[in-house]
Write a protein that binds this ligand. Structure first.
Ligand code: DQA
Length: 144
């Protein structure tokens, strides 16, 4: 089963971006972790990143049309992108919202997720392990 792991703005800069918040691992490390986790779970994982809201919306349309499960870190779009929320609302397969940090324990503006209400569920605060847990959740949902 194919799974898209989609990442929003600034996440390609993992490793150099605020390592005290997001850790020292790079985006390439994240790609490797997701691909290895996918292989172990029997999932065909494709990892993408964009800084462009319109591109992320189009990827959500692709997932909806293809009935493809998604692991999504919307990054800052989490907190204000109604176009992304509306695109996720069209989903036809599970979508797990993930965050590396725990937004609820950070600045006030991060406490709101406009996408959480249209996601299947949310995993936050476990570093890159958040993605591993999300892929496990997708694999379990596919089995049930
Ligand atoms: C993030 C949390 C967001 O608040 C932030 O804008 C990000 C990363 C995370 O993974 O912890 O870019 O989604």
């Amino acid at each position: 089963m194919k799974v898209l792991v989609l990442n929003g703005p600034n996440l390609r800069r993992l490793g150099t971006r605020e390592p005290s918040v997001y850790g020292a691992d790079t985006f390439d490390d994240l790609v490797k972790l997701c691909e290895e986790t996918g292989s172990a779970l029997g999932l065909d994982v494709e990892v993408r990143q964009t800084d462009d809201e319109a591109e992320l919306v189009r990827w959500m349309h692709e997932a909806a049309d293809g009935r493809i499960p998604v692991v999504l870190n919307p990054a800052a779009f989490t907190h204000y992108s109604y176009s992304l929320r509306d695109a996720i609302a069209q989903r036809t397969a599970p979508l797990v919202e993930v965050h590396i940090s725990n937004p609820a324990a950070r600045e006030e503006f991060r406490h709101t997720s406009v996408v959480a209400g249209v996601a299947t569920g949310t995993i936050a605060g476990f570093g890159l392990r958040s993605y591993v847990l999300a892929l496990q959740a997708i694999a379990e949902l596919a089995r049930s």
